[in-house]
Design a protein around this ligand. Structure first.
Ligand SMILES: *Cc1c(COP(=O)(O)O)cnc(C)c1O
Length: 457
């Protein structure tokens, strides 16, 4: 509970903005298991990783000791363009729920890409440029990551090739035009421009593509192109590191007003936004300084943590990336085509996986019709149309606030609102039309996914 009058929106001044990211790994009692090279079964070396990824990102990926890592001035000046993001007291939602709880959310959708993904896109493009690279490649499914990276590459003067899952390329033509406007070249995947793409096209003519195939094409293109690297929008430790700017801003501003959260909630796709939001509070918990209830929210249709296995797996379904020890449904797990709410990645950030495995946080799996009902309620009182992914966190925050109404507890709830839903209106349409289905995989579906796990532990 907090004493001072809390404004609707809480901002930081430029001087108060974070100058370092927080390396959560340096606070964890044990390091998570290392990435393995699938060819040798041995931990990946920096040299191996640097063939695919930018040098500075590889250093950050392997850094388990420095608690703070400097945010270079060249990144901070771009951050200043769209940050701080607002930290909002959800007075209207509290009133609608008639709850004694205090609800706060950190809104990351106030930039053109519409999500938190720009935080890492800026950092990765900056490091690529500083290394003297000419271009980067990536994949995008729904398009948020591709859009964020296109903005960052335009700013730093890098060429970008995006492999976009063909079904999204066709269904989300406006996302594609945003990327093209920022100068990215966008190729529907599978394409005939790579070996991986041609293989898939020969085996599955007419396929709509998959994220795994798009990753394979993007990595192949990066390896075949001089002065080019591949960049990834979530899951990896360095991406989570960049996203700690979300948590650092939140904690600095809440500390100013004397607000201490009891519960911190975020949606989990690959885990980077959640890891970034909780980082400064989790660092305290790992040092025994608080006992905050951390809740990651995942879709019941793609329950990587609540029903997944903690095992070594590939980060992509084409089985070309290094192996990561993480909670996973198996790289061959196929989410239902009815699943509209995003967060459909088969695995989970190794950092978040380790925190969950060691008992520092919990997970809730929620059904998509409930998620959209929460999104509708939130949109009506707080005014923001949430991305379906973000609405997973809204759903659990609302549930917590309702529990407080019943128990009379005055909990302080903080959740991450990762983005806006303007490009997800097909999903809102199926919710509004009443045709949205709740799919929950059965044991046989999960067994098929687990069968794709490599035989390593
Ligand atoms: C990508 C995305 C997510 C998932 O983020 P992770 O950091 O991978 O868990 C959540 N919300 C929005 C709006 C996104 O674009």
């Amino acid at each position: 509970m907090s004493a001072n009058k809390i404004p609707y929106k809480m901002y930081l001044s430029e001087e108060e903005m974070p100058k370092t990211w927080l390396n959560l790994k340096a606070f964890m009692p044990e390091d998570h298991a290392p990435f393995l090279n699938p060819a040798t079964g041995r931990p990946c070396t920096a040299d191996e990783l640097e063939r695919v990824f930018c040098r500075e990102c590889v250093e950050q990926e392997l850094n388990c000791t420095d608690r703070e890592i400097e945010i270079p001035e060249g990144i901070r000046s771009f951050y200043a363009n769209f940050r701080p993001s607002p930290l909002v007291r959800a007075y209207f939602l509290e009133k609608a729920l008639d709850t004694p709880a205090e609800i706060y959310y950190k809104f990351e959708g106030n930039n053109t890409s519409g999500s938190h993904k720009l935080n890492s896109a800026v950092a990765q493009a900056y490091y690529a440029k500083r290394q003297g690279l000419k271009s980067v490649t990536t994949e995008t499914g729904a398009g948020q990551w591709g859009t964020a990276l296109a903005m960052a590459c335009a700013f730093y003067g890098l060429d970008l090739q995006v492999f976009m899952v063909k079904t999204s390329y066709e269904q989300k033509p406006y996302r594609r035009e945003v990327m093209r406007t920022y100068g990215a070249s966008v190729t529907p995947s599978p394409s005939s421009t790579t070996r991986a793409g041609r293989d898939i096209l020969a085996r599955f003519p007419g396929t709509g593509g998959s994220l795994g195939c798009a990753i394979a094409e993007a990595v192949e293109r990066a390896l075949d192109t001089p002065d080019c690297r591949y960049v990834l929008g979530s899951v990896l430790d360095h991406v989570l590191l960049h996203q700690t700017v979300i948590g650092l801003e939140s904690k600095t501003v809440l500390d100013k007003y004397g607000v201490r959260p009891d519960v911190v909630i975020g949606c989990v796709g690959g885990g980077s936004n959640f890891g970034g939001l909780i980082a400064p509070y989790m660092a305290e918990k790992l040092q025994g300084k608080n006992n905050i209830d951390f809740v990651g929210v995942e879709p019941a249709s793609c329950p990587s943590m609540s029903r997944g296995r903690y095992a070594y797996d590939f980060c992509d379904s084409a089985k070309i990336t290094p192996l990561a020890k993480m909670y996973t449904l198996g790289c061959g797990f196929m989410p239902s085509p009815d699943h509209a709410g995003g967060l459909r990645y088969h695995g989970m950030s190794p950092v978040v996986s380790k925190l969950y495995h060691d008992g520092y946080m919990r997970v809730e799996a929620v059904k998509q019709t409930q998620v959209f009902a929460a999104a509708e309620r939130f949109a009506k009182c707080e005014g923001i149309l949430p991305a379906p992914e973000s609405a997973h966190a809204v759903k659990v925050a609302v549930d917590e606030a309702i529990k407080c109404r019943e128990s009379g507890e005055r909990k302080v709830i903080l959740f991450g609102l990762t983005g806006t839903g303007y490009f997800d209106l097909a999903a809102y349409k199926s919710y509004n039309d009443g045709t949205m289905k709740d799919y929950v995989p059965d044991e046989a579906d999960l067994a098929r996914g687990f069968a794709s796990l490599p035989a390593i532990d």
